[in-house]
Design a protein around this ligand. Structure first.
Ligand SMILES: NC(=O)c1ccc[n+]([C@@H]2O[C@H](COP(=O)([O-])OP(=O)(O)OC[C@H]3O[C@@H](n4cnc5c(N)ncnc54)[C@H](OP(=O)(O)O)[C@@H]3O)[C@@H](O)[C@H]2O)c1
Length: 234
């Protein structure tokens, strides 16, 4: 039987590419975003609410039958010095980048435990590993995955469930384009400090996610893997 995947944030970018890649490999997928997309395996929903997360979980379960794999991808970025952060921005980003993946994981784990098999892949960020000045809120929300992946990996290890985080550096998507426009740096300034002198392509994230959900990757758990064209190396 084909394995099933619930992946968040599939209306564009990394989530879109990853969902397409996994369905080309035979996985049955269900995705979401706030945008309206006419696909039977897609729900238009705001994940920064409890009700949104529950609606997504219920719709995915109805469509997929059961959930083998959760990919926590949806996220938002902001470039803003800490003194400019208003409470609402802190609240909104925390709800999407932190509460949603945590809560969705809590919803899928009971099924995975019953099945004695499961995979959770989180899309973190290199900014959660090394810190990104000017994006403290984003860095803080993404660093949560480092502890979360390790702690949850311990909790579910004996049930055949693995939990890992991919930390991308700059990836060619709308998020990076808008983020750079908001910042004091140009696209070229960013390229200059990346050892490989390029942004990561979404398909590279999709390939790593694909590896992490294989049976053969069962020994790899609780890890955070930096996919950053060398940005985090020094
Ligand atoms: N691009 C980079 O350079 C980069 C680097 C490191 C990490 N990442 C991480 O990778 C992940 C994907 O980023 P991306 O570059 O693909 O971003 P993107 O192009 O902006 O796509 C983000 C996806 O998340 C969905 N989303 C945003 N807010 C949502 C909400 N409130 N409820 C439901 N869905 C929502 C968006 O759909 P709608 O707009 O339709 O809601 C979209 O499908 C994020 O977690 C990001 O932090 C990206």
């Amino acid at each position: 039987m084909n394995k099933t995947v619930l992946i968040t944030g599939t209306s564009r970018g990394i989530g879109f590419e990853t969902e397409n890649f996994l369905s080309s490999k035979g996985y049955k997928t269900f995705g979401c975003g706030r945008s309206k997309v006419k696909k039977e395996n897609y729900l238009s929903v705001d994940l920064s609410t409890k009700e949104g997360c529950e609606k997504l979980y219920n719709s995915a379960k109805k469509y997929l039958g059961h959930i083998d794999i959760l990919i926590n991808n949806a996220g938002t970025y902001a470039y803003s010095n800490i003194e400019n952060a208003d409470y609402e921005t802190i609240d909104n980003m925390t709800k999407l980048n932190f509460y949603a993946p945590y809560y969705l994981s809590s919803l899928v784990i009971p099924d995975m435990k019953r099945q004695k098999w499961g995979r959770i892949v989180n899309i973190g960020s290199i900014s959660g590993v090394v810190g990104e000045g000017g994006a403290t809120l984003y860095s803080a929300t993404k660093s949560m995955f480092l502890g979360f992946s390790k702690a949850l990996a311990l909790e579910v290890a004996k049930f055949g469930i693995t939990v890992n985080t991919i930390n991308p550096g700059w990836v060619e998507t709308e998020l990076s384009k808008n983020g750079i426009e908001e910042s004091d740096l140009t696209y070229q300034d960013n390229i200059d400090v990346i050892p490989q002198k390029r942004f990561i392509m979404p398909i590279e994230i999709a390939n790593l996610a694909y590896f992490l959900i294989q049976d053969e990757a069962k020994g790899l758990t609780g890890q955070s893997i930096n996919l950053c064209a060398g940005l985090s190396c020094g």
